[in-house]
Write a protein that binds this ligand. Structure first.
Ligand code: DX5
Ligand code: ZN
Length: 226
């Protein structure tokens, strides 16, 4: 799950300059990002709109980074085949947006992608338990989904520990990904709780020197909480 105990970093393009997205993504790859996080919003599940499969398809031509597509949309099954065909590597859906999460996860796998499940902050983590045998990734929202640049919600840390503990007891393996408000202050706390993938928008794309920002975030993520 971890590379030498260091969590993976997935910069979120939500904080990129969309007028030159290709260059932005190349900049992230050169800086040493592990995954590329693509936030997809439909204006219904969340009060914001972003990108569709066409953007993933064009980005795929510009980068070798694995594309981690976070679908914050209602009825995600309608768009899963299109995102998979466009080049998504991991597709994460929200449990709250699926009529039958198990069927949706199965569809993601059938389309050849890793399958992820996420929950809004107010949804209890226990709700995810029935699906943990079918996931490659669990995405814990540490802000209300919809916008970058929000404050980290520390009350989400027990969800991360719960998942880590579940893995210890069950032996099941999946990525524990955290999304929202991750920076050099919050990274050590989520990693200590058990996170193995850190999504970061503002803390990476928002910085003039992403290589330095990634390095600082990695260093913070591997330092113990005081
Ligand atoms: C929010 C998105 C996040 C967002 C994180 O709904 O899912 O991926 O880009 O942005 P920061 O790191 O700025 O909180
Ligand atoms: Zn996201």
């Amino acid at each position: 799950m971890r590379r030498g105990g260091i969590p993976r970093i997935a910069p979120s393009i939500l904080s990129a300059d969309f007028a030159c997205l290709g260059k932005e993504v190349e900049r992230m790859e050169r800086a040493g990002a592990d995954w590329l996080h693509v936030d997809v919003m439909d204006g219904h599940f969340v009060p914001n709109l972003t990108v569709g499969p066409v953007v993933v398809r064009w980005l795929k031509k510009r980068t070798r980074l694995d594309m981690d597509v976070h679908l914050m949309i209602e009825a995600p099954e309608k768009f899963i085949p299109a995102f998979a065909e466009a080049g998504a590597w991991n597709i994460t859906v929200h449990g709250e947006a699926c009529a039958d999460p198990r069927r949706t996860l199965r569809l993601i796998k059938k389309c050849g992608c890793r399958a992820g499940l996420s929950l809004r902050p107010r949804t209890p983590i226990q709700k995810i338990a029935p699906y943990l045998g079918a996931v490659d990734t669990v995405l814990v929202m540490t802000v209300e989904p919809g916008f970058g640049g929000q404050r980290f919600m520390p009350e989400m840390l027990p969800k991360v520990s719960w998942l880590r503990e579940y893995q210890r007891r069950s032996g099941k393996k999946f990525w524990i990904e955290v999304d929202g408000g991750i920076n050099t202050q919050t990274a050590p706390r989520v990693v200590q709780a058990g996170a193995t993938v850190l999504v970061a928008g503002t803390a990476i794309f928002g910085q003039p020197d992403p290589k330095r920002a990634l390095h600082q975030l990695r260093r913070a993520a591997s330092s113990p909480v005081l």
